[in-house]
Design a protein around this ligand. Structure first.
Ligand code: NAD
Length: 378
């Protein structure tokens, strides 16, 4: 056996890595079930031409930590499907239905939506094997992007962190990078808390107004299919100028690795609350910490979506989802920021320690720690 065959393995997992290949329809996919000590894993199905086993593993591990931090009865897993998510619909449906069937027996993995897949894709999976979350309302789902589950959680993480940063929400200036599902709803909930949006960006441009932008008007503008570069209020700046806008709260809600060692010094904020996954490189996170800028890690701040999905799976109502997201995210943000301050460690390290402790405790209750239902021997 070659040494690097188990290069991802550590004390938490992964439990399984499965490659699915059906050449007759050009189906190539990977499933990583990382750890199921807390229960069957939940994690998204990502579709993109350039996915890899390593990416799938990293995303699955992130789900193990996110689900454990949120105290869900679920472990972490992820699946990736090679292909162009914009391909013709019948071809995409065929691939996803076939993948679902291939993974029918993998009962410790529950499909969810991710980049390149959506509620409709989850409905196809449900139709094939009955095991998916993030479903359309018509088949019992709670559409998490429509209700703004992740943005709701981000706004509560921010409100808790504002006390650690020493500013009040009323009048606090915020900036949102990426005005999509997470960005728009974060902006809406933060402005309900009295904060003022001074800039927002999308893939084309940044709009900026130091006196405040009208959040509802900007959402209407984006929902009509126009880019922020075509907005007629405030000043239109280059897309990446969003990084240096002065504010109290900076919300990354677009792509990974947008805050790097090269641009982190331009930031003029007191707080970064990650709506996006891994928006800052490890080096940039260290610099933020050294500068005294509080940085709430992604899997703490943006867990609203998966909390909603897990509750949907258990048949919860939409209104109970909001209460639960609020409670869990407020409690975790407070705990992580206190641990970070008391131990003088990065908030991410504090969050990883918190989540890992929960997973290890759950593993102690298992005869075979990696299985969610321990095999029984007599
Ligand atoms: P989305 O596609 O709805 O929105 C993304 C937005 O970012 C779009 O407005 C796009 O124009 C913009 N964008 C793309 N590149 C950009 C760039 N370089 N600079 C500025 N803007 C840019 O996606 P989403 O669902 O809002 O997800 C955003 C991020 O949050 C992703 O990293 C996703 O993995 C993460 N996330 C989403 C959820 C959820 O519930 N949707 C939950 C957890 C994490």
């Amino acid at each position: 056996m070659k040494k690097n065959e188990f290069r991802f393995a550590d004390e938490l997992g992964p439990l399984k890595i499965i490659h699915v290949y059906e050449p007759s329809i050009n189906l190539k996919a990977i499933l990583v079930v990382d750890n199921v000590a807390m229960g069957p894993s939940i994690g998204g199905l990502r579709m993109a031409p350039d996915v890899s086993t390593e990416e799938c593993f990293r995303l699955a591990r992130a789900m193990t930590l996110k689900n454990a931090a949120a105290n869900l009865k679920h472990g972490g897993g992820k699946s990736v499907l090679f292909g162009d998510p914009g391909m013709d619909k019948s071809g995409k449906e065929n691939l996803i239905r076939c993948l679902a069937k291939a993974l029918r027996g993998e009962e410790e993995y529950i499909f969810g939506p991710d980049m390149g897949t959506n509620e409709e894709c989850m409905a196809w999976v449900r139709d094939e094997i009955g095991r998916s979350v993030g479903l359309p309302r018509e088949v019992g789902g709670i559409p998490l992007d429509e209700i703004g589950a992740t943005g709701w959680g981000v706004s509560h993480a921010v409100e808790v962190a504002s006390e650690f940063c020493g500013f009040k929400m009323e009048g606090a200036r915020f900036v949102v990078q990426g005005f999509g599902a997470v960005g728009k709803h974060s902006a809406r909930f933060l402005s309900d808390m009295g904060a003022v949006m001074v800039a927002a960006s999308d893939s084309k441009a940044t709009v900026y107004d130091p006196d405040g932008l009208n959040v509802n008007k900007l959402i209407e503008h984006k929902n009509s299919g126009q880019s922020l570069s075509e907005y007629n209020k405030g000043k239109v700046l280059k897309r990446d100028e969003v990084i240096g806008i002065e504010c109290e709260i900076w919300i990354p809600a677009a792509r990974p690795d947008v805050i790097t060692e090269k641009n982190v010094d331009q930031m003029k904020t007191k707080l970064v609350a990650a709506g996006a996954n891994i928006p800052a490189t490890p080096g940039a996170e260290k610099i933020l910490f050294e500068k005294g800028i509080i940085n709430i890690p992604d899997f703490i701040a943006n867990a609203g979506g998966v909390i909603c999905a897990a509750m949907e799976y258990q048949g919860a109502t939409e209104s109970s989802v909001f209460e639960s997201i609020k409670d869990k995210i407020r409690r975790n943000t407070k705990q992580v920021l206190e641990d970070s301050a008391n131990k003088n460690i990065l908030p991410r390290q504090a969050a990883v320690e918190l989540a890992t402790k929960r997973v290890k405790k759950a593993m102690e209750f298992r005869r075979f720690s990696i299985f969610s239902s321990a095999p029984k021997f007599v």
